[in-house]
Design a protein around this ligand. Sequence first.
Ligand SMILES: [Zn+2]
Length: 471
Amino acid sequence: MANKMLLRSSIEAATWPAVLTDKAAKVMAVQQQLGESQWWPPARMRAAQFEQLRPLVEFAMGHVPFYAERLQAAGLRPGVPLTEAMWDAVPVSTRRAVRDAGEALHPPGYPLAHGNYGLVTTGGSTGVPVRVRKSELAQLMWECSHIRERLWAAEGTDGTLVRFWQSNPNYFTPLGYEAVLSAEGLVLDGWGGVDELLWQTGKVAHMSDHQPFAVKFAFMQRVQANHLLIFPSNLRLLIGEFRRAGVRLPSLKSVWTQSELVDDALRDACREVLGCEIIDTYSAAETGFMALQCPEARQYHIQAETMLVEVLDADGRACAPGEVGRVVVTPLHNYATPLLRYEVGDEAELGGPCSCGRGLGVLKRIVGRAHDYLHLPSGGRRRANLNVYQMAKIEAVAEYQIVQRALDRIELRLVMAEPLTAETRAAIHALAVTGFGSEFAIDITVQDSLPRTASGKLLAFVSALPAAVET
Ligand SMILES: [Zn+2]
């Protein structure tokens, strides 16, 4: 590892403000612990998780109105230490319940040592937007998992990272954002974030995923892309384009994905056409990293040090290895908005012990994170992406669903928490035009409720196109 990742020089680090050196030191100290705990047997990890869980539950019972009621009703009492049986009685919190709880979800205060908090808004893979507060401590643990991912993947940080995405103007200067949207793209000197705090990194190159393939390919060649960060649905389209064009990109060493379903077919196609492996993670903005891909297998290891992850069947019982169930998570460090047994909206297949020897639990695959595609009037396809982060900021929207009605028409169905004003309608329309493109007519309709799948999931996107167009 050390020979592939260049540590920052101590002279340079000595000139940093204390807040950065302090953060780098904390991340590395936690990393030291994670390096050991990943090998613990499951029973030892479970005991350690309950040591974290007890004070969190006690805190939620005393300070979070939403949970005080639920925990008391489940028979938990302040001062009585949490047992496995008591935990099993805690009801699962659905996304909708968490969304509707509003202010009752937040404690009036939390331990000062956990730092300030920021607001996180997200729709995940579902059409139910939630808003949580995330403390600096929870953010630090998020970054520790990210660094663990880098160490596990052992790809180094010295190469050029290309990022194709529906970029957010808030991340860039106005000029920079213009460049991201253009055929030139935007190339910056460092990867940024916690990577740059710990290592010398290569360049990062941003481009909008709306650019045509020829432009993307020329960009990747020009910057000599070594790593690609991309949504799986966009990767699937990109691989198809590479295959049709019959071109290769020898500089590429790895492809990093997040947020959506990665299946074996996509992994195999990536290896065949792009000549490298996919490294995938499983995270949600409101919870943090739930699982990281094993360094030695295609399955995922639960991040048990920071997150209690349960896979439950329709009756709420724990699934056995090989069974698919609902993913229910409890982030162990976020006291700014505690989430206890939170149904994140995905399903996963639980796995058995991993051949790598790590004691961390295994998810063999995550299901239900697939994004479908919009079919474009001009031919071709595009990821059906309403900017969920922006959408989740509109508090009046309780649920939403995107329906492609025709090749040039999209219906955006809304369930409102409060009446839809002309101003909110205009803001939502503007988001839809940015997300889908101006070639679509967009109808915004207000519904009393939205249909669920048999397992109760609200799909954020549905295609109502005839099957002939779909295939
Ligand atoms: Zn493993």
